[in-house]
Design a protein around this ligand. Structure first.
Ligand SMILES: [Zn+2]
Length: 180
């Protein structure tokens, strides 16, 4: 296992639409382990393969801060099959440095995915876990949470980032406590 390099906006890899996994094998298992290790080290509560430059539909997720590792999910080809309700959360992203913003999402989702032992799993998620699922699935479709903001807010961030990079003042992390 090795820590993977997390791609940061505006890396073009983050715009790739990930492809479905057709064969669940040892390589996928190793990659998911490395992704989980990278997520905990960051630290973050979710990581999509897109964020480490791999274009396959893989996600790791652990929104239980109290017991890291206990509720770790390693999901293959995850899909949201139903969504309801509405919630606004201050989101941060491991791939978007020096920025966080409020995003509106569904408050409850039904997720279907494959697991490493080749079983199909269906689970309901609410609140932070529901937000994290939607955020990660966006990554697999080449989308970032800043793409869900108004153009004005996105442009402000772009300009701020350019300035920080120029001045060498970028922190390199999202200021939000919940980085997905
Ligand atoms: Zn993210």
């Amino acid at each position: 296992m090795a820590l993977l390099r997390i791609r940061k906006y505006p890396d073009p890899a983050l715009k790739q639409t990930a492809q479905a996994v057709t064969n669940i094998d040892g390589e996928i298992s190793t990659l998911l382990d490395s992704m989980a290790q990278t997520m905990y080290a960051a630290p973050g509560v979710g990581l999509a393969a897109t964020q480490v430059g791999d274009s396959r539909r893989l996600v790791v997720l652990d929104t239980d801060h109290q017991n890291p590792g206990k509720h770790l999910l390693k999901l293959i080809n995850p899909q949201i099959v139903a969504a309801e309700g509405s919630i606004v959360w201050e989101e941060g992203c491991l791939s978007v440095i020096d920025f966080s913003a409020e995003v509106r999402r569904a408050s409850k989702v039904l997720v279907r995915a494959w697991t490493l032992d080749q079983n199909e799993l269906e689970m309901e998620a609410t609140d932070l876990q529901a937000i994290a699922f939607q955020h990660e699935l966006d990554h697999l479709d080449g989308k970032l949470f800043i793409d869900r903001l108004s153009r004005i807010k996105r442009d402000l961030y772009r300009r701020k980032l350019a300035k920080l990079m120029k001045e060498g003042k970028a922190i390199g992390q999202s200021p939000s406590h919940v980085r997905i």
